[in-house]
Structure formats: structure tokens, C-alpha cells
Design a protein around this ligand. Structure first.
Ligand code: AMP
Ligand code: GLY
Length: 423
């Protein structure tokens, strides 16, 4: 079968790498892909922000299965449009993707279905922010309603700051349309967990859990990023808690979406805070996480194509995925300046040597290839990923590989998976 992956990051490289292992796949495309992905799939140029461009591409290749990486094409309705034309596509409809695209939609949905989440207020104006504030203790979390590529959440220490940040968001100065409405939220404390399930609109199959590291610097310092690393181990989530999350969060979400006429198919990514009051939903994503997908797929032992098809065809069952008990970790190597402005076009050295180390796979996130060499072409450049019998060996392998790679301005966190060591 011909499989098309849409996207160009480390997550898409991991998807391509895993899909390629399936005996069912005879031809693999990635659009637009990147320098590293091009060594494992045929990359085709496309503007993922344009439905017309995606439709023209699919018309040309007639894929038997399409997997959509990033949220934007999902929120534009790529699954609806492809499905209408008979192209089987993994992911939620435009209406169901609202769970990620609108924080206010997600919060009201959670409340309607009694799913645990932080206390909140939805505000359309600064007057509404001022009215809501007496009901909050500091710190208060201010969130832009729309998609903001990880830049839409500000934790405010004072109520004055809440007003300032809300004003910048509401005026459109900070994030444009995405900030036209804001959600104020109670600040939650605890450990964060990324809990992903694949759904067919009715049933769910859980993936192994992962934790990511959003801040740019060691010890969770500095500004937020798209994610500087992630890890997954067999002990990160015990069976009892996994079953609880399936029963009290994943299944009620899927049942609630179906009852409201917006059936949710694809990956439901639950961003959770494990608080003293129990797990609470921070956010939903309607797609695979990046970089969580890199270590998660390193641990997958069953056929990914089968599991994705089960979602499209409506025959998901809880045991669809078979996992290794190994641990896996992904260390993101970023361009100098990231998450601020950064330069591209730096030559990357040492990739081959790093890739030869035991248990290591270097996923490309932002690279191009020409004349037999790879060059940086994004903020997050590589996802150096390794698997090992325990978290310590996985971490050691990933850092040994990262140490072999170099490019001008490269930086990465040295403490990925540090929380796993404390346990
Ligand atoms: P979100 O996009 O909603 O997941 O928020 C991005 C990040 O902000 C999360 O991964 C958390 O680290 C943090 N965050 C979001 N909401 C809260 C909250 N209510 N309390 C504490 N931290 C939060
Ligand atoms: N790693 C967080 C995300 O994929 O949104």
C-alpha cells in the first residue's frame, strides 16, 4: 500500500521510520518532509497550510492511507476533505479537532462531561478578565484560546500581570486572532504526563506514556519551546493508573464527542498534570506529540499501519499496541538562538557516527540535504533518540550520540529524563 505522511518535523521522521518497517507498506511518501526523511521516504513539496495544495498532492499520488502530523491541516479539515474523495486518512475531522484548536471549547467540553480539569474562566474582553479575577488565587495561568504553537500560555505571578498579558492577547498584539479570547486558569502543581490514545470514535487503545521537557534550559529554566526532549519508560505510568486514565479521561472524552455529534478519530493526546487531587487535563492535542512520538515509537513492537487502519476502519481494541519494556529517550538538538530567532544553513557533522551507536536513531526535525551533506533548516534540528534496557542506559546512549554531532550554535538540554532518575 501507498502511505503518505504529512509534515516535516522529528515526529514525522519517527512516523516514517516506523511505517517503513511494516510489510504492508510498498511506497512511502512524506510531504514536505526534510533532509533526513528523504533518506527513508519520497519527499514531495507541499504547503501544509493550504488545503488546495494538499488535495492536489493526494490527487497526484492516490494514497491508500494518509497520516497527518501537525495540527494545522487537521484544523483546516484535511481529514474531511480527503475522506470525501475516498482517500483513507488517519486523524480527527475539523469539528473534532476543535478539542485542540480552541481552549475554551475544550474547557467547556470537560466541564459538561465532568472530566477533571483546573478551575477556569473564559473572557472575551478586559472587563470580563477584571470581573473573573476575584475568583482566582495567584499564580493565574492565562491562555490564548486559539492555536499558538506553544506560545499561548503565560503563568502570571500577580493579578496586575494577568491584566497586562490578557490585554496584549485580547488586542491581537501578542498572538493575532489566536488571542481574541482568553482562558484564565487556576495554577496546578504536579508532574506533567503526556498520555496518548488512538481512537476509532468509540473505543480507545492507549500508547505508552511519555514526559516532555518544554523549557529551553536545564532545570526547566528559560522560555517555553516546542519541546527539548522526551522520554518513555515502563514505570512512568503503572497499569492501575493507566486503566484509570482510560476509564475516567480518554473514554469519557471519546464518548462525549460522539454524543455531541463530533466523533473523535485519530490520536487523542491528553496533556495531564498529576496533582495531589488526582490527574487533571491541562490540554488536548488531536495528533501525535513532538518530541514524545520519537521515544514512544522506539518502544513500539507491533505494526503501526495495522493500528492506524483500525482507527480509520472503526475496529480499535485496547490491546492494539505491543510495547517493549525498554526505556527510550529523545534529546533535541536545537539551533543557536532557538526558541528566539536563529540562523539556518549550518553544516551538521557526525550524524553517521552517532547513528551507528547501539540503540540509537537520529531523527531529523529541521534539516535539508544537498551535495551529500546535511544542513540546519529549523529551530529544532535533530531528535537524538535511543533505546536501552533501562532509562539510565537509554540516556547514556542518547548523550553519547549527541556528543558525536556538531553544528555551529548547537545546544541541547543535559538533564532530559532527570525526573526518572529521582524515582
Ligand atoms: P498547554 O498548552 O495548555 O498545555 O500549556 C503549556 C504548558 O503550560 C503546560 O505544559 C504546563 O507546563 C503549563 N500549564 C498549562 N496550564 C497550566 C496550569 N493550569 N497550571 C500549571 N501549569 C500549566
Ligand atoms: N510536545 C508537546 C506537543 O506535541 O504539543
Amino acid at each position: 500500500m501507498k502511505v503518505l505522511v504529512i509534515g516535516s518535523g522529528g515526529r514525522e521522521h519517527a512516523l516514517v521510520w516506523k511505517l517503513r518497517q511494516s510489510p504492508r507498506v510498498t511506497k512511502l511518501y512524506c510531504a514536505p518532509g526534510n533532509g533526513g526523511i528523504a533518506t527513508e521516504a519520497e519527499c514531495l513539496p507541499v504547503d501544509v497550510k493550504s488545503l488546495d495544495s494538499l488535495l492536489a498532492l493526494a490527487n497526484q499520488i492516490q494514497p491508500d492511507l494518509t497520516v497527518v502530523g501537525p495540527e494545522l491541516p487537521l484544523t483546516l479539515g484535511v481529514v474531511d476533505e480527503f475522506s470525501k474523495r475516498g482517500w483513507r486518512t488517519f486523524g480527527p475531522s475539523k469539528a473534532a479537532a476543535q478539542l485542540e484548536a480552541s481552549k475554551s471549547f475544550a474547557k467547556e467540553f470537560l466541564q459538561r462531561h465532568h472530566i477533571p480539569t483546573a478551575h477556569y474562566a473564559i473572557c472575551n474582553s478586559l472587563d470580563e478578565v477584571r470581573e473573573a479575577l476575584p475568583h482566582f488565587h495567584t499564580p493565574v495561568v492565562v491562555k490564548a484560546d486559539g492555536l499558538a504553537a506553544g506560545k499561548g500560555v503565560v503563568i502570571c505571578k500577580s493579578k496586575e500581570e494577568v491584566v497586562t498579558v490578557s490585554s496584549e492577547m485580547l488586542s491581537g498584539k501578542m498572538l493575532g486572532e489566536a488571542g481574541a479570547r482568553v482562558v484564565l486558569e487556576e495554577f496546578l502543581q504536579g508532574e506533567e504526563l503526556s498520555f496518548l490514545v488512538v481512537s476509532d470514535g468509540e473505543r480507545v487503545a492507549p500508547l505508552v506514556a511519555a514526559q516532555d521537557h518544554k523549557r529551553v534550559g536545564d532545570g526547566d529554566s528559560g522560555p517555553n519551546t516546542g519541546g527539548m526532549g522526551a522520554y518513555s519508560t515502563a514505570t512512568i505510568l503503572d497499569d492501575k493508573m493507566r486503566d484509570w486514565l482510560v476509564a475516567h479521561i480518554a473514554k469519557p472524552v471519546v464518548a462525549g464527542m460522539k454524543a455531541e455529534g463530533t466523533e473523535f478519530k485519530g490520536v487523542l493526546y491528553c496533556g495531564l498534570m498529576m496533582t495531589a487531587r488526582g490527574p487533571m487535563v491541562l490540554e488536548f492535542n488531536c495528533r501525535f506529540g513532538d518530541p514524545e512520538t520519537q521515544p514512544i515509537l522506539m518502544r513500539l513492537e507491533s505494526d503501526l499501519v495495522e493500528a492506524l487502519e483500525a482507527s480509520v476502519d472503526g475496529r480499535v481494541s485496547e490491546g492494539d499496541f505491543k510495547w517493549s519494556t525498554d526505556a527510550a529517550v529523545c534529546v533535541v538538538m536545537a539551533a543557536g538562538g532557538y526558541p528566539g530567532t536563529y540562523e539556518a544553513g549550518k553544516k551538521i557533522l557526525g550524524l553517521e557516527e552517532a547513528g551507528l551507536l547501539e540503540g540509537v536513531k537520529v531523527f531529523h526535525a529541521g534539516t535539508t540535504a544537498h551535495d551529500g551533506a546535511f544542513y540546519t533548516a529549523g529551530g529544532r534540528v535533530l531528535g537524538v533518540t535511543a533505546r536501552g534496557p533501562d532509562i539510565k542506559s537509554a540516556v547514556d546512549r542518547a548523550y553519547a550520540a549527541a556528543a558525536k554531532i556538531g553544528f555551529d550554535g548547537a545546544h541541547y538540554r543535559k538533564d532530559i529524563a532527570h525526573r526518572a532518575f529521582k524515582k
